[in-house]
Design a protein around this ligand. Sequence first.
Ligand code: ZN
Length: 383
Amino acid sequence: MVNRERLGDLFKSLVQIDSVSRREGGIAKTLQEIFESLGAEVVFDGAGPKVGGDIGNLIARFKGSRADVVPLLLNAHMDTVQPGEGVKVLFSDGTFTSDGSTILAADDKSALAVIIETIKILQENRLPYGSLEVVVTICEEVGLLGAKNLDYSLIKAEYGYSVDATDTEGIVTRAPAANRIEFKVHGRDAHAGAAPEKGINAIHLASRAISEVRIGRIDEETTANIGLIEGGKATNIVPSLVTVAGEVRSHSPEKLEQETQKIVQSFERQVSSYKEAFPSDDGLPKLETVVHQDFYVLQVPEDHSVVTLAKEAASNLGREMKTKMSGGGSDANIFFGHGIITGVLGTGMKDMHTVRESIRLDDMIKSVELLLEIVQLHAKKAV
Ligand SMILES: [Zn+2]
């Protein structure tokens, strides 16, 4: 039923519309026209100005042919990473790539093409489906800002699917929560040659704290990283300030908290033991700590409709459907934190965020077939 050429053409036209994060206005307008031409009611929320962007999140509501069915959420994001401007699409051996100078933007425009083709097939074949809420977010790539600032009063669906992964035979049901941690270690500046004893070396202090911290894979569900360090002015000045930033991720909220605290305590310990050893009148050294909850955990229960519908749909197509664990956060984490149970489906996109990004048209077709089956099963069951 999938119109191979139509799907390929739509994908090509979408990736050629520039839409790096915060400049999604152009693609948003095109998507609005497409969704409205398919009979949807389209609204934009007020997230744009909140994140410094030129347009808000797009919500397209399709009534469907079955009014008695609870609404289903379908999600993709419309923004891309850089280098994402002026994408030139190549197609050979059934595979789309860029010309090597930009990303392809299959992340996440393959999902937009898949969702739109699915709706076209439902309509032209008069297949039964319930109401669909298609939520296309902005600024996913810059910290899930669209989903974080989404106007949730506009969403009625209590569950659904985010289409933003690789594997067409997998559904991501678990993804970690993450904390971002930032430290500012304040020391005291002094001439490094003339009066080093007057200074407190912030870089040295911070590096002692860092050397105590456990990073990398802490256990099978927890990771930690120190990813940024900035400080100092010149080799002949004792540095008075250094900024250090890192993150902790875990599928377990308790471990997330524990590991975050361990890192914070190691910085606190270094600063306070320095103070004890060298008491001063100006309160230096001093530590400023900010812990920011970056995203919530995603934990879709195995027996939730989101999983059982996907598994049944796959088996109807004679395919496998495995539940998967992801190491990264996505819009689904944020929706989940707002009580919308969201699994993440794949389109076949590969090597995302690189100039080698690619996708096979056959994989996109598989993704449409699965989504089509899911939407129809949902209309049959969720009354
Ligand atoms: Zn993505």
